[in-house]
Design a protein around this ligand. Sequence first.
Ligand SMILES: C[S@@+](CC[C@H](N)C(=O)[O-])C[C@H]1O[C@@H](n2cnc3c(N)ncnc32)[C@H](O)[C@@H]1O
Length: 157
Amino acid sequence: MVDLGSGDGRIVLAAHRCGLRPAVGYELNPWLVGLARLHAWRAGCAGSVCYLREDLWKVSLRDCRNVSVFLAPSVLPLLEDKLLAELPAGARVVSGRFPLPTWQPVAVIGEGLDRVWAYDVDMDVHHARPAATSCPILPTPGPGSALAPSLPSSQAG
Ligand SMILES: C[S@@+](CC[C@H](N)C(=O)[O-])C[C@H]1O[C@@H](n2cnc3c(N)ncnc32)[C@H](O)[C@@H]1O
């Protein structure tokens, strides 16, 4: 699992706690990389998660099965291209706060600032099917949900 722009590392930690291995955060800001490592250490996960100071545009996603993003809408069209070019079929992408502009979500969870969109990379996505006109909006999942954790507005980085 990778979080592209991992900020203070909370999503990577949550993913690790959900059983995703390995869990990696790529973050450009070195202070945030340090803060994420501190949080992991305090959580007793220092050796289990990985935060790297990397430009997300320069890392390969070819081996990734789960990708989390919470990035500015202006970069999401370009990110779609990268995800489409690099992710294997079957990969899942979860976008927090802002949806990917043209992909078809398989689920929309949460409300307002806490909303996340989940996408599965399959043949439909590879053919860049336009965004759905309707998609079920699901309640925020409880503990144990198979979907990636939502982004509480109070914690959004
Ligand atoms: C809105 S925050 C999201 C943080 C975290 N993923 C979360 O959900 O709490 C976006 C993060 O992306 C990082 N970022 C922006 N552009 C980046 C890039 N090109 N490479 C790596 N990180 C980047 C920013 O420094 C910021 O920490």
